[in-house]
Design a protein around this ligand. Sequence first.
Ligand code: ADP
Ligand code: MG
Length: 696
Amino acid sequence: MATDKVSQEYGSLLFTDTDMQERLPKPTYKKLMSVIKNGEPLDIDIANEVAHAMKDWALERGATHFTHWFQPLTGITSEKHDSFITPREDGTVLMAFSGKELVQGEPDASSFPSGGLRATFEARGYTVWDPTSPAFIKDEVLCIPTAFISYTGEALDKKTPLLRAEVALEKQAKRALALFGQKPHRVYTTIGPEQEYFLVREEDYQARPDLILAGRTLFGCEPAKGQELEEHYFGAIRPTVNEFMKELDDELWKLGIPARTKHNEVAPCQHELAPIFEKGPLAIDDNLLTMEKMKLVASRHGLTCLQHEKPFEYVNGSGKHNNWSICADDRNLLEPGDDPQDNLQFLVVLACLVAAVDCHADLLRASVASAGNDHRLGANEAPPAIISVFLGDALTPIVESLVRKEQPEAHSRELMDTGVPSLPNVLRDNTDRNRTSPFAFTGNKFEFRMCGSQQNLSGPNTVLDLAVAEQFDRFVAYMDGVGEQDFVNVAMRFVRHTFRDHHRILFDGNGYSEEWEQEAARRGLPNLKTAPDALPSLIEPENIKFFEKYGVLSEAEVHARYIAKAEQYAKLLNIEANTMVYMTRHMYLPALFDYSGDIATSVATKAEIGIESKTEKALVQRLTDGIGAISDAVDDLEAKDAQAKGFDDPQAADDCYRDVVIPAMAVLRAAVDDMERICGHDYWPVPSYNKMLYYV
Ligand code: ADP
Ligand code: MG
């Protein structure tokens, strides 16, 4: 028995495998395990027994309620709490929780965005227990991870398609691996999400309606000091933040979330938390829970955790690197092996990945598209909106010579003996130094770096899983009828052809540069700069077919996701525009009236006693001109927002927000920020960047 506090408390609020083994009768436990491991159906007797054990476990830990925890199409997670109490006639209560309550819930589906699915089908929605993700206790509530589906089985959430994509990937990967003589029991993805976030003082947050309503500052002139010294990244963690991080770790560990690395990020008051990777869907559940906990724990330290992709202009925004790999039983398929057979398999997997990203770059881009992430992608702080793959110094020459072998003038035969190149061991320590690549091979995993900090990673991973599944399927078809003696040759041909056909997606230069944008255009790579540019890819006919082919999303489900995302974009921008109008009319203009009025009064008073006040007069003039510019800009923004709101079609609305409203927002911001530079500190109605970004 461990004696240190961390080992003792780790996972104490998680209904773990050990808890189940201890509390469930052996046959029940065994049956449940085969449901979890082999995806077998769950019968109600088993569910009743599990529910009973889970309830006892939860009650012992002070839980009073339970909830079906799920991931709606917009927002992060949802829950509705039900207490365990069942009153008895004698006035006492029984704490009850049935198998039926465990496996199925019925939240009021009508209050969640469904992208029109419920209108087409049926109003009811159900949450269904996902036994592959363990239950946990959060604030005295037993939380049961669930999928959220409609009465007729359409997925109303983000988790269901991911679970389906994992099934598709497993199936196709097993077919491909079988050709290498492997019969793994399970094939699954592993994900390690690196979460970036900002911490600001709660009092500053409370004083900024833009942070409260839009999650980011919509105004604010450049701070005296930005991130140019790059001292924050390497600097010591502030004491307040350190206290926050310690408590966060404790809370996460109790939930069995393997939080590992914490450090400052480049921007002032920006930080990062990286957990140890876990099975894909579980890692995503844990990331969502981490995001929730970050907000909660911050509030206990007088801080507010900002998870928006761009809380502050002038300094970096926040992303979430999605480290991804695929595992067969316990073996990482992106880990090169020691002998040629293993290397061949590694190269096939790698080629499949490269092809997957090239074939579905538009969908990967769409999967990370949001109003918030538009501020990062392509803004010299995050990968551009163009998807490319970086293979690193060790792999690139190997791949290049493989491709060249097809051309007679190439002389790279020293790498090939049996046709399979030997992969140098250095590959394992190959840490990628190209931080500008959106999709980088980092030794034994790929890192997809375009995801936004407040995003649910289910979307991008659904696309990624499915795109790779499709390539494994293609490999199996390619190898059809190939005899044993030709296997290596034909498989190598598959690898070479695949790298050759998808060569355009490989890029190891500076992804932030303008030349790359031009080069990418020559290569025919999509460059979908904004969310409204990217989202329509979702409903391209061939993309709908792609989702349908492996049973991940039906046409109606794809449409629903497109509509939900497109509407979300317009709604968010409308909120931002409204917030700007509100702050301008109710805060900035009155402040400027006061300030300019006070100075004007002083000018007049001084004039009465014969003192000429040139500087003050000039200032009053500048303020008055500024007030005029702000006033025009706010009227204009209101009119343009009304124009965008007038569209029924979400795409038309989004296009209008991008082309018409966003520029008007920029004009208003510039006019207000201009006045912030000259307005007296005591008059300015909100905390400045200088104040918010630098606290102790
Ligand atoms: P970085 O240099 O980007 O900080 P790290 O080595 O610290 O990279 O790893 C970043 C993340 O990648 C961590 O969350 C880690 O658990 C995760 N990771 C490592 N190996 C894998 C893997 N095989 N599959 C998925 N994620 C992984
Ligand atoms: Mg990283």
